[in-house]
Design a protein around this ligand. Structure first.
Ligand SMILES: *[C@@H]1O[C@H](CO)[C@@H](O)[C@H](O)[C@H]1NC(C)=O
Ligand SMILES: *[C@@H]1O[C@H](CO)[C@@H](O)[C@H](O)[C@H]1NC(C)=O
Ligand SMILES: *[C@@H]1O[C@H](CO)[C@@H](O)[C@H](O)[C@H]1NC(C)=O
Ligand SMILES: *[C@@H]1O[C@H](CO)[C@@H](O)[C@H](O)[C@H]1NC(C)=O
Ligand SMILES: *[C@@H]1O[C@H](CO)[C@@H](O)[C@H](O)[C@H]1NC(C)=O
Ligand SMILES: *[C@@H]1O[C@H](CO)[C@@H](O)[C@H](O)[C@H]1NC(C)=O
Ligand SMILES: *[C@@H]1O[C@H](CO)[C@@H](O)[C@H](O)[C@H]1NC(C)=O
Ligand SMILES: *[C@@H]1O[C@H](CO)[C@@H](O)[C@H](O)[C@H]1NC(C)=O
Ligand SMILES: *[C@@H]1O[C@H](CO)[C@@H](O)[C@H](O)[C@H]1NC(C)=O
Ligand SMILES: *[C@@H]1O[C@H](CO)[C@@H](O)[C@H](O)[C@H]1NC(C)=O
Ligand SMILES: *[C@@H]1O[C@H](CO)[C@@H](O)[C@H](O)[C@H]1NC(C)=O
Ligand SMILES: *[C@@H]1O[C@H](CO)[C@@H](O)[C@H](O)[C@H]1NC(C)=O
Length: 816
């Protein structure tokens, strides 16, 4: 995972700050950037005795080379120097005068007065005139000749004026920096797209840039670490990312052995590179180029990859998906029908599939100023146009992208992805039916639609019931949800007395109260910031939506109170408080949960979460599932609390990405902690942590062992690999547990905390796996991001305090 380069730097001595005609760089000396981040010199990689001129990070303990001058032409001895001549050309020459490498400056005419080479703080080696300090028009720069690493500020792509292509190519192996087979570049055929090649064959398609991201990388989202852009104009086509905080070290690197691109971030705390975003292709075949062949969709939604033909196509060979699918109707006939369609408006039409990676855009055509309906018309006109879509999906979509001929390399995402309109030969009426099915399949779209419908519905009813003044709501049965009067709440909670405080969470403080009739309630008083900018109607709408969520594993909402600037939610009171009281830091008087209770709790939480994710009419992502948010009723049945809160009161999270991270670090999925990108799969991660906690009786936080820090997940994984996983089980249960159930739960827990969201099972799979004897998949390595390493990264990335302390819900503050 981490680049360990064994360095044999011969006779390390003084460093210089630039290379000039009078001051070449001798073997054994180094050139250091101003701020001391990067260093350049001769090195020998791995066990090789060859010498190369390279650039690496100066101040980190693991030697990490980011650039090599002449990868394929190593120097065999140590008598070489790096010279610069009048034209500003850098040359590696040995004492016999043999040139091993020469920079290719494009400067016949500009003889420089005093050419110097300097290593910039960005890691860019540049050649310029010494007197021309401010110029960014370098005579030559190493950033134009990338090796395997994309550093912040480097461009991946094309300078169209000079024809210069910058692409990343992996090292052949550990010992040999010469170009391997795996590379990543931008292809200019048709609509530009990112493509990984293995040798000269397409291996994985990152896809075209569709506004906010590449089509094949829905995980790329605005985040706290870096910003990124894609530029495509008549001069240049490139991708670039820029760090938001200069103190962070980040690099994207191609690796021949693992066959992927990794995103590494240096962890100051643990002194290692953390792989924060391994790129596709992962081991899933759907990422491999055209895995299902032409005109077929590759989908991993159900856990295993499946191929299916586009509607109106049939599989060419039942043995071999690589041949893909062919049209049921031959092209002549189709084009004929096409002509009729335009006149009678029936017959041929397009159908929408959502959640897609755009097909290969090599045979595509784009017009960025057309809208989708013009696009449709344009595609309709040409019968070899097989599909169209927005070329930019941001802000509801704009532009027109059309595909001609076979549609290659289409993948369906479980989360993210975009809509494509595909030409079909099936008549309009049936299409309508199918369309409904498609909407149900494409989850996010479906829930968005349902939400709109629900909002409209409730909105209408509110309007028709004539919104009255706040106070008039008191004690009124308003759409089945009682509205409590502030005075009642104040009385019940003894004016929010400290002694009635039950806890504090991400969105406010919870108090116990007793109504006049003796009924106990729990009152959540929302902190003022948490619903800022929300009008009363919106607040009511959202409360009503939460009120409609009813499941026996969710805490029941009894009502709400909105008065005098206060916004409060009233829940049923759970006398047994929360799960954390039972599993961590037990006091003598607490009951020890036996195995059957623990198993029951795991099952109940799974069902509650499944309901939120899938069975309720809204798709709710909890975002803060943890032991203290699982309450226990008299019979120790679990009830999830704070559901719907994140969605409704946490600000603008509908996009699945947020600047404000709500959650508790021990339970946060890596993609959420780092990118702020959340999905049902980040809840699955939290669930996995919770399962491990329930079984082990330990909290997932840092555990220090002989200077190595690891957490519960790391521990569980180690034990799993050593096949000693039963050692994880809470010792206070002694031997009273059911071994096969416990093993199953641990395995499910590990499946849920796998690093890549796509690998994690959905909650419906979890419930199925818990309730049956089916064989479980082997878990892959989980995310090892530890609490402190995340905090470090996030806090250093957030000196502008994008995350303020009170938005991290604080487990420590909760009562024991
Ligand atoms: C070059 O290598 C020789 C032997 O391999 C060694 O004696 C000498 O010190 C080296 N010179 C430098 C500048 O590293
Ligand atoms: C080098 O690293 C050490 C420890 O990580 C740090 O204290 C020091 O400031 C760093 N120096 C530079 C020049 O970055
Ligand atoms: C330099 O040249 C001499 C004679 O041409 C040769 O014997 C020697 O091996 C060369 N040395 C290097 C380092 O190329
Ligand atoms: C690098 O070395 C190769 C020989 O292996 C040579 O053909 C090529 O011109 C060199 N490249 C540069 C930029 O000097
Ligand atoms: C050097 O530049 C020239 C002209 O710009 C180009 O034709 C040639 O391919 C370049 N050589 C290398 C090794 O990049
Ligand atoms: C690159 O691919 C070729 C052909 O498949 C293979 O022979 C060669 O070993 C590969 N090179 C590396 C570095 O893997
Ligand atoms: C490349 O990946 C392999 C296997 O995943 C790993 O062992 C190796 O350290 C990686 N190489 C680099 C340079 O990161
Ligand atoms: C996935 O594929 C594996 C191996 O092909 C099989 O054992 C397993 O049952 C499949 N799982 C599902 C959910 O289809
Ligand atoms: C379809 O109609 C166009 C004119 O609108 C005509 O040029 C074309 O030949 C027709 N195609 C077929 C297959 O009839
Ligand atoms: C793109 O579409 C716009 C609007 O329909 C049109 O004016 C323009 O001519 C089109 N450009 C090309 C190259 O077709
Ligand atoms: C698309 O553009 C056309 C022509 O500019 C316009 O008439 C039409 O209303 C637009 N449609 C939409 C949905 O914006
Ligand atoms: C349809 O589009 C293809 C690809 O752009 C083009 O070659 C062909 O001429 C077009 N046909 C018509 C009738 O416009």
């Amino acid at each position: 995972m981490i680049t360990h380069l064994l360095f044999s730097l011969s006779g390390f001595s003084s460093a210089t700050d630039s290379i000039s005609k009078v001051q070449p760089l001798h073997e054994g000396k180094t050139l250091v950037s101003n701020d001391g981040t990067f260093e350049m010199g001769f090195f020998s990689p791995g066990s090789s005795s060859n010498h190369y001129l390279g650039i690496w990070y100066k101040n980190i303990s693991i030697r990490t080379v980011v650039w090599v001058a002449n990868r394929s032409n190593p120097v065999k001895d140590n008598t070489t120097n790096l010279h610069i001549n009048n034209q500003g050309i850098l040359q590696i020459v040995n004492k016999n005068g043999t040139v091993f490498w020469s920079s290719n400056s494009t400067t016949e005419d500009n003889l420089l007065m005093n050419p110097v080479a300097q290593l910039l703080d960005s890691g860019n080696l540049v050649v310029r005139d010494e007197n021309d300090q401010d110029s960014v028009n370098y005579v030559w720069q190493s950033f134009d000749y990338p090796c395997d690493t994309l550093l912040p500020g480097m461009k991946l792509g094309w300078d169209l004026k000079t024809g210069l292509q910058r692409r990343l190519t992996a090292w052949r192996n550990w010992d040999d920096p010469s170009p391997g087979n795996l590379s990543w570049g931008i292809s200019l055929d048709g609509f530009p797209q990112g493509v990984f090649l293995k040798g000269s064959r397409e291996y994985y398609r990152v896809g075209p840039w569709i506004g906010p991201r590449f089509s094949g990388t829905p995980e790329l989202k605005t985040n706290q670490l870096f910003s990124y852009k894609f530029v495509s104009d008549k001069n240049e086509v490139y991708f670039e990312y820029i760090l938001k905080n200069k103190l962070i070290l980040l690099r994207l690197v191609m690796n021949e052995t693992s066959g992927t691109r990794h995103g590494y971030m240096w962890s100051i705390g643990s002194h290692e590179w953390m792989d924060f975003s391994s790129h596709s292709p992962r081991d899933q075949d759907c990422d491999l180029y055209n895995h299902c062949g032409p005109n077929a969709i590759c989908s991993v939604i159900s856990g295993n990859e499946t191929c299916k033909c586009l509607k109106g196509f049939k599989q060419k060979s039942s043995q071999d998906w690589s041949q893909g699918c062919s049209s049921l109707v031959d092209e002549k006939l189709r084009c004929n029908m096409d002509n009729k369609t335009r006149t009678n408006n029936g017959g041929l039409t397009f159908y929408k599939v959502g959640g897609m990676k755009y097909p290969d855009t090599r045979s595509s055509w784009v017009n960025e100023s057309m809208n989708l309906s013009e696009c449709r018309d344009k595609c309709m006109e040409n019968c070899s146009c097989m599909a169209y879509a927005s070329s930019d999906i941001s802000e509801g979509g704009s532009g027109c992208l059309m595909w001609f001929g076979d549609l290659n390399d289409i993948k369906e995402f479980s989360d993210g992805g975009a809509d494509i309109y595909i030409r079909t030969m099936i008549d309009g009426k049936e299409d309508h039916k199918k369309k409904a099915a498609v909407i149900v399949i494409s989850g996010t779209i479906a829930s968005a639609l349902v939400m709109i419908l629900v909002f409209c519905y409730i909105g209408k009813r509110i309007i028709s019931s004539k919104v009255k003044k706040n106070n008039d709501y008191a004690h009124e049965d308003y759409l089945d949800l009682p509205i409590f009067d502030l005075a009642t709440i104040v009385k019940a909670t003894q004016d929010f007395s400290i002694s009635n405080k039950l806890g504090k969470g991400g969105f406010g403080t919870v108090y116990k109260g007793t109504l006049v009739d003796g009924q106990d309630i729990a009152v959540k008083r929302l902190s003022h910031g948490s619903s800022s900018g929300q009008g009363l109607t919106e607040f009511m709408n959202e409360v009503l939506l939460i009120a409609k969520l009813q499941h026996r594993n969710l805490v029941k909402l009894l009502g709400c109170c909105i008065q005098e600037g206060e916004k409060m939610l009233v829940y049923e009171y759970m006398p047994n408080k929360s799960l954390d009281n039972f599993i961590f830091g037990r006091k003598d008087d607490t009951i020890i949960l036996d195995w059957s209770h623990r198993f029951n709790i795991i099952n109940g939480v799974a069902r509650g979460l499944l309901y939120l994710h899938q069975d309720s009419r809204l798709r709710i992502i909890h975002r803060d599932l943890k032991a203290s948010n699982v309450l226990l009723d008299i019979e120790l049945n679990p009830k999830i609390s704070d559901f719907g809160m994140a969605k409704s009161f946490g600000g603008n999270q509908i996009e699945g990405n947020t600047n404000r991270i709500v959650g508790t670090y021990g339970y946060m999925a890596p993609e959420y902690a780092i990118y702020g990108s959340f999905s049902i799969k980040s809840d699955v991660f939290s669930f996995g942590v919770l399962v491990l906690e329930i079984i082990s009786g330990k909290k997932n936080r840092m555990i220090y062992r002989e200077g190595i820090s690891t957490n519960l997940i790391g521990q569980a994984w180690t034990l799993w690999k050593e096949k000693k996983v039963l050692e994880l089980i809470d010792s206070c249960m002694e031997d009273s547990y059911d071994e096969s159930e416990a093993l199953r739960c641990i395995q499910i827990g590990l499946l849920c905390v796998q690093q890549h969201p796509e690998d994690r099972p959905s909650m419906s799979n979890v419930v199925m796996m818990l309730g049956s004897e089916v064989a479980l998949p082997q878990p892959k390595e989980p995310s090892f991001l530890t609490e402190t390493s995340i905090l470090q990264v996030v806090s250093s990335a957030n000196q502008q305090s994008i995350i303020s302390a009170n938005e991290i819900s604080v487990t420590e503050l909760e009562p024991r």
